[in-house]
Design a protein around this ligand. Structure first.
Ligand code: ADP
Length: 718
C-alpha cells in the first residue's frame, strides 16, 4: 500500500498537480527541447564543416593527381630536350639521332613515337619501327646502276638463248668484276634465278641465303629490298625441295623480319610480302596435315598475326600524323614565336579517327642548324592512363568514401573509381594545359546526419543526447509516479470518504434511534432503559475514538500534533482504558483481564494520546475476536523498558500481512475482517503515537489462534 500523507487527502491537491506539471515542463521538457535543438544545430554545423573538409581534401587529391601526371610528362619532355641537345652536339648526322631517340623511347614507355619536324618538309620518325611507310613516301630508293657489259651478255644468254649453264658462268664472271654491293647483290639475284631455272635447287637455296645474309639491305627495282625478295624465293625453293620444316622456319624468319622490321618498305610492298608469307604458311598447314608440330606452327602464326595487327595500328596512326599534323604543328610553333617562355608546346589533336597528345619540348639551343629541325613526341595515351593516372588515383583516392571520374573531351569515361560515383560534382579540374584533354571530377554526397553524429570527434552530441535521454526517462518515471500517485490518491480518497461516512453512519443511526426511544419514554422496563444507555455510551465512545483517530493522525501528519509528556503510572492508565472498554463491551460477554504487575511502573507519556493507542489495540482485540470472548492485557518491565501486551484469541493475521497492518488504510484481506467495520487507521495511529514516545510496537499472530500486540516504552527517560 502506498504511503500517503493523510493530510493530502484532506486538502485539495489540484494546485499541487498543476505545479508538478509546470515543473515537469520547465525542468524537463524545456531543457530537453533546448538541448535537442542545440545538439541538432551542432550536428548540422559539424556536417557543413565535414563537407568543407572533404571538399578541401578532394581538391588536394585532384591537384596531386594532376600534378603527378604533369610531372611525368614534364620529365619525358626534359629528357627529350637533353637527348636532342646531346645529339646536336655530336652533329654526326641522322644515325646519331636515330640511336639517341631509340634509347630515349626505350627508357620512356610513355612515349608512343618520337618525331622530327623538319622545316619546309614533313615529319620524320627516325626511331620509329613502323611496319611500313606510306606509298611513294618512303626513302627506299633503288640505287641501281646501268648493267655492265658482262651482265648484259649474261642476260642475253639467259633470256634469249636460254643457255643456262653458260649464262650462269657469265653471271659469275660479271660478279667477280662488279666491285660494289649494289651490283653484286643484283648479279647474285640473277645467279640464283638461273640456278633455279636449271633445276639446281640446292645451289639456288644457298645463293638466296647468301643474298639475304650479305646483301639484305640492297634495294632492287621497285624499291624492294633484296633481303625480303631473297627470303621469299628461298622459301619457295625449299618448298620445291620438299623440305617442310626448313620451309616453315624460313617463312617465319621472313615474317619476323617484316614485323621487326628489317627493311623499310612501302605499304603496298609490305602488304605484298605479308600476304605471300601468310598465304604460304597457311597453304603449307593445309597441304601437310601430318606435320608433327602443326599446332605450334599455328600458334606461332597467330601470335605473329596479332603482333602485326598491333603494329599496323600504330603504323597507321603514325602515318596519319605524318600526313596531317604538319600544318597544325607549324601554326602552333609559329604562334608561340621565338621569344615565348620556355617549357614545352603541348597539343591535343585529332586526325581522322586518331587522337594524339603531342609535346614539343622547346630546345634552348643557339645552334642555327638545330633550330631547323624540331624534336617532339607523341604520348601513349593508354600507357599514361594505365601506368600513371590509375596508380596515382589509387594511391591518393582509393578510400571508399571518395568517388571520382576522369572524362575525356567528349565526356566519356576514361577511368572511374570502383564505387559508383553518386551525388553531385564537388570538384572539377582540368589537367595542366588541358594535356591530356581530360577532366577529373570528384563526386560528393552530403554526409548523413547519423554518421556525423556518430563520427563527431568530440562525441559531445552523444553525451548531449544521452543527457536528454536520461532527463526524459527521469521525467517519464516521475510522471508515471505522479500519475499513479494521483490515481491512488483519488481511489483512496473515495474509499476513505465512503468508509468514514459508513463508519459514522451506523453509530450515529444507533444513537439517534436509541435517543428517540428514550425521549419518547415508551420503554417497557428500567432494565431495558439501562441497556440502551450502555449502547448509547458504547456507540458514542466508538464515534469519538474514530474522530480522534482521524484528527490525531491528520495532526501528526501535518506536524501539528503536540504531545504533553508527564510521569504517568502505566498500571493506572491501563486500568482506566480497560475499564472504559469493559463498560462498552461488557454486556456482550467479553472478559478483559488486566495484569498490571505488582510494582507500579511510571513512564513519561502523553496521557491522552497513549490512552488512545491502548484503546485502539483493545478495540481491535474485541473487533477481531471472532468466537472468542477473552482478551488479556499485561504490563511488565524488561530492563529499561515497559512492555504492554494486548493478547486476544481471535481470528489472527496472516504472516504476509503482519508488516502491513501498521500502514495507513491497510485492512487485512480475509473474509472475517471484511465483516468487521474499520478504516485501517487505528494501528497506524498506534505506531505514530508509540514512535512519538520513542517506543516501538510489534505484532505476533497466527490465523485462527489470535494476535499479540506489544508496545515497548523506554522508562524514566522523558
Ligand atoms: P481497522 O479500522 O480496520 O481495525 P486497524 O489499523 O486498527 O484498522 O487495523 C488494521 C487491520 O489489522 C485490520 O483491518 C485487521 O485486519 C488487522 N487487525 C488489527 N488488529 C487485529 C487483531 N487483534 N486480530 C486480527 N486482526 C487484526
Amino acid at each position: 500500500m502506498a504511503r500517503l500523507r493523510l493530510s493530502s487527502f484532506l486538502k485539495e491537491p489540484a494546485h499541487k498537480r498543476r505545479r508538478i506539471i509546470l515543473l515537469f515542463a520547465l525542468g524537463i521538457v524545456l531543457p530537453s527541447v533546448l538541448l535537442g535543438f542545440l545538439a541538432f544545430r551542432g550536428i548540422q554545423n559539424d556536417r557543413t564543416l565535414l563537407e568543407k573538409e572533404r571538399l578541401e581534401a578532394n581538391r588536394r587529391i585532384a591537384d596531386q593527381v594532376i600534378r603527378e601526371v604533369d610531372k611525368n610528362i614534364s620529365s619525358v619532355e626534359t629528357a627529350l630536350t637533353s637527348c636532342a641537345a646531346d645529339a646536336g652536339r655530336e652533329k654526326s648526322g641522322s644515325s646519331v639521332a636515330t640511336s639517341a631517340l631509340r634509347e630515349f623511347e626505350a627508357e620512356h614507355p610513355l612515349v608512343e613515337e618520337t618525331f622530327v619536324l623538319r622545316q619546309h618538309s614533313a615529319i620524320d620518325y627516325p626511331a620509329a619501327k613502323l611496319l611500313y611507310l606510306p606509298d611513294n613516301g618512303g626513302p627506299s630508293v633503288s640505287h641501281s646502276l646501268p648493267p655492265s657489259e658482262k651482265v648484259l651478255a649474261a642476260q642475253r644468254l639467259e633470256f634469249q638463248e636460254k643457255d643456262y649453264p653458260k649464262a650462269l658462268a657469265a653471271y659469275r664472271q660479271a660478279l667477280k668484276k662488279a666491285g660494289d654491293p649494289q651490283s653484286e647483290g643484283e648479279i647474285l639475284n640473277a645467279v640464283a634465278r638461273v640456278q633455279k631455272k636449271s633445276g639446281l635447287l640446292r645451289e639456288a637455296a644457298a645463293t638466296y641465303e647468301r643474298m639475304s645474309r650479305d646483301y639484305g639491305g640492297v634495294v632492287i627495282s621497285d624499291g624492294i629490298p633484296l633481303g625480303a625478295a631473297a627470303r621469299l624465293e628461298l622459301a619457295t625453293v625449299l618448298r620445291d625441295l620438299n623440305d617442310g620444316a626448313v620451309t616453315v622456319s624460313a617463312l617465319f624468319e621472313l615474317y619476323k623480319s617484316l614485323l621487326r622490321p628489317d627493311w623499310s618498305l612501302e605499304k603496298a610492298q609490305f602488304e605484298f610480302f605479308s600476304a605471300r608469307v601468310k598465304g604460304a604458311l597457311e597453304e603449307f598447314l593445309a597441304s601437310t596435315p601430318s606435320v608433327p608440330d602443326r599446332t605450334s606452327v599455328k600458334q606461332d602464326l597467330e601470335r605473329l598475326e596479332t603482333q602485326e595487327k598491333q603494329k599496323r595500328e600504330r603504323t597507321e596512326k603514325a602515318i596519319a600524323f605524318h600526313a596531317g599534323a604538319v600544318p597544325a604543328l607549324e601554326a602552333k610553333l609559329a604562334g608561340n614565336g621565338k621569344g615565348a617562355a620556355g617549357g614545352a608546346l603541348r597539343l591535343a589533336m585529332d586526325i581522322g579517327a586518331y587522337s594524339y597528345l603531342v609535346s614539343i619540348p622547346k630546345p634552348e639551343t643557339e645552334d642555327l642548324e638545330r633550330q631547323l629541325e624540331t624534336w617532339g613526341f607523341i604520348l601513349d595515351i593508354e600507357k599514361l592512363r594505365e601506368n600513371i593516372l590509375q596508380p596515382a588515383l589509387l594511391r591518393y583516392a582509393s578510400s571508399e568514401d571518395i568517388s571520382w571520374v576522369v572524362k575525356d573531351r567528349e565526356g566519356s569515361r576514361v577511368l572511374a573509381s570502383s564505387n559508383s560515383p553518386s551525388g553531385s560534382v564537388a570538384v572539377r579540374m582540368d589537367f595542366v594545359s588541358r594535356f591530356p584533354d581530360w577532366t577529373l571530377e570528384f563526386y560528393q554526397q552530403p554526409p548523413d546526419l547519423l554518421r556525423t553524429f556518430l563520427g563527431s570527434p568530440r562525441g559531445i552530441y552523444s553525451y548531449m543526447f544521452l543527457l536528454i535521454g536520461g532527463i526524459l526517462v527521469f521525467g517519464l518515471v516521475l510522471t508515471i509516479r505522479t500519475v499513479s500517485h494521483e490515481l491512488e490518491l483519488a481511489r483512496m480518497k473515495s474509499d476513505l470518504v465512503s468508509t468514514i461516512s459508513h463508519e459514522f453512519k451506523s453509530p450515529l443511526a444507533a444513537i439517534r434511534q436509541l435517543a428517540e426511544m428514550l425521549h419518547s419514554g415508551r420503554l417497557p422496563s428500567e432494565e431495558r432503559r439501562q441497556k440502551y444507555y450502555d449502547i448509547l455510551l458504547e456507540q458514542s465512545e466508538r464515534l469519538s475514538l474514530l474522530i480522534d483517530n482521524v484528527l490525531n493522525l491528520a495532526r501528526i501528519e501535518e506536524g501539528r500534533k503536540e504531545f504533553f509528556f508527564e510521569a504517568v503510572e502505566l498500571g493506572v492508565l491501563m486500568q482506566q482504558v480497560v475499564s472504559s472498554i469493559r463498560e462498552q463491551v461488557g454486556h456482550e460477554g467479553f472478559e478483559i483481564n488486566l495484569d498490571a504487575g505488582k510494582e507500579s511502573v511510571t513512564a513519561q507519556v502523553d496521557r491522552e494520546a497513549f490512552s488512545q493507542a491502548l484503546a485502539n489495540l483493545l478495540d481491535n482485540a474485541v473487533k477481531y475476536s471472532g468466537d472468542s470472548r477473552r482478551v488479556m492485557v499485561r504490563l511488565s518491565v524488561e530492563g529499561e523498558q515497559a512492555v504492554i501486551v494486548v493478547r486476544d484469541s481471535g481470528i489472527g493475521i496472516r504472516k504476509d500481512e503482519l508488516d502491513k497492518v501498521f500502514e495507513r488504510f491497510y485492512r487485512c484481506g480475509d473474509e472475517l475482517t471484511r465483516t468487521v467495520r474499520g478504516t485501517g487507521l487505528g494501528l497506524s495511529l498506534v505506531k505514530e503515537i508509540v514512535a512519538a514516545h520513542r517506543g516501538s510496537v510489534h505484532v505476533e499472530s497466527e490465523p485462527g489462534k489470535g494476535s499479540t500486540f506489544s508496545i515497548r516504552l523506554p522508562l524514566g527517560r522523558q
